[in-house]
Ligand binder design. Structure first.
Ligand code: PMP
Length: 401
């Protein structure tokens, strides 16, 4: 019997894609959107848009209230201590760049910035470029055979010169939870600030910022079933005080003169210009929707899908899964078959997967591969999707061999 997702009908795109013969298995790239989000966006744009934090008129007050409510919802979702610890950005990438510029003053020549070998380019290149600007060194933590950051190596490599540690909670390629509870204290003990890229981790379960004890945590709305164009940066109250302003313009400034200006503290001081108001409101509505679901049931559903996916891959000869994925995601290769050719045939059969280096070229190089196919599932996927995928995989492999 097929495993059915009770939430599938909350996502209207799934039925439309299905009618077009498409099986959506690319949620780690971006997730489909629930009706609750679509309704919120329609409501906001239909009832009169307005800029936030600026005007007194009714529509502006309504927009500001809804916008700030979303900040409260994100803070609540992450168990932040206060909504003022949440800065809205245009995505996880922008939040990481914000940090790399905002913390630049803390990095001096010969200091070290520590990342891991599994980072997405979004959590590698901003730090690499910061290191280059400041004459600092980028130190890369190696992985063990499970695809986890090697803690023994980390204990050796994180030292008195470490100013920043920036690591992913969950790799977008390997899908394994990183040992942050052991890793972050190593950096803390050296007085370094810690940054967690939660773009993938935030999608799978709720994470408590007070328990995680990082200085900064970055998330992306569009992977969490919310709209594109918005992300959030969580910063612990005292850690936010370390940030220097990085983008300048309207609404982030308290007093401005021709030659000088005084800026707001976080969050407004880091939200220069008109923010993505509709998207922020939409993210709030998405979190409301997700908060109403039975989180344990969602996790259990995704775990069953995950086991089916791994079991199906394991019985097919010559299929090699990268690492040991723990969430409903798997990147794999097939011996003797180019991932691009396989992806082409799967795509022709309506299977929406992604192939290539997944914005993690150094990881691929360190694994000794030139790319992989990634299947990634959301809470709306069900057993039929996997059956279609495996049927298409078998047919493709038959053609290619
Ligand atoms: N980090 C990771 C681990 C990701 O998977 C992604 C998105 N692919 C990002 C960062 C960047 O997120 P955004 O699309 O919001 O910029």
């Amino acid at each position: 019997m097929s495993l059915v997702s009770p939430w599938r009908s909350d996502f209207p795109a799934l039925a439309i894609l299905e009618a077009q013969g498409q099986t959506y298995l690319d949620s780690a790239a971006t997730a489909q959107k629930p009706q609750a989000l679509i309704d919120a966006l329609t409501g906001y744009y239909t009832c009169g848009t307005a800029n936030v934090h600026r005007a007194q008129h009714q529509a502006a007050e309504r927009a500001t209230r809804a916008f700030e409510n979303s900040r409260i919802k994100v803070a609540h979702w992450l168990n932040a201590q206060s909504p003022t610890e949440i800065v809205f950005t245009h995505g996880a990438t922008e939040a990481l760049n914000l940090l790399a510029y905002g913390l630049e003053h803390r990095v001096r020549p010969d200091d070290e910035i520590v990342v891991s070998a599994l980072e997405h380019h979004a959590n590698l290149l901003p730090w690499q470029q910061l290191a280059r600007r400041r004459g600092a060194r980028l130190v890369v933590l190696p992985l063990d055979e499970q695809g986890l950051i090697d803690l023994d190596a980390a204990a050796r490599l994180i030292g008195p010169r470490t100013r920043l540690l920036a690591v992913s909670q969950l790799s977008n390629v390997l899908g394994a939870w990183q040992p942050l509870a052991q890793l972050l204290p190593l950096a803390k003990a050296q007085g370094a600030l810690t940054v967690v890229d939660g773009a993938q981790g935030v999608v799978h379960g709720r994470h408590d910022m007070q328990a995680l004890a990082c200085d900064f945590y970055v998330l992306s709305s569009h992977k969490l079933y919310g709209p594109e164009g918005v992300g959030a940066l969580y910063g612990r109250g005292e850690s936010l005080l370390e940030l220097h302003h990085w983008q300048f313009g309207g609404e982030m400034v308290r007093v401005a003169d021709f030659q000088s200006a005084e800026f707001h503290a976080a969050p407004l001081g880091f939200e220069a210009g008109t923010p993505p108001i509709g998207a922020v409101i939409g993210l709030g509505a998405t979190l409301d929707y997700l908060a109403k679901l039975d989180g344990a049931a969602v996790t259990a559903h995704e775990q069953v899908l995950h086991m089916k996916l791994l079991a199906g891959l394991a019985v097919r000869p010559s299929v090699q899964v990268l690492g040991k994925p723990q969430v409903a995601l798997a990147s794999f290769r097939v011996e003797g078959v180019h991932h691009g050719d396989l992806a082409h045939l799967l795509t022709e059969q309506g299977i929406a997967i992604r192939s290539g280096t997944h914005c993690a070229q150094p990881l691929m190089k360190s694994l000794g591969v030139d790319g992989a196919i990634r299947v990634s599932l959301g809470l709306y996927n069900d057993g039929t999707d996997l059956e279609r995928f495996f049927a298409a995989l078998d047919q493709s492999l038959e053609l290619l061999r």
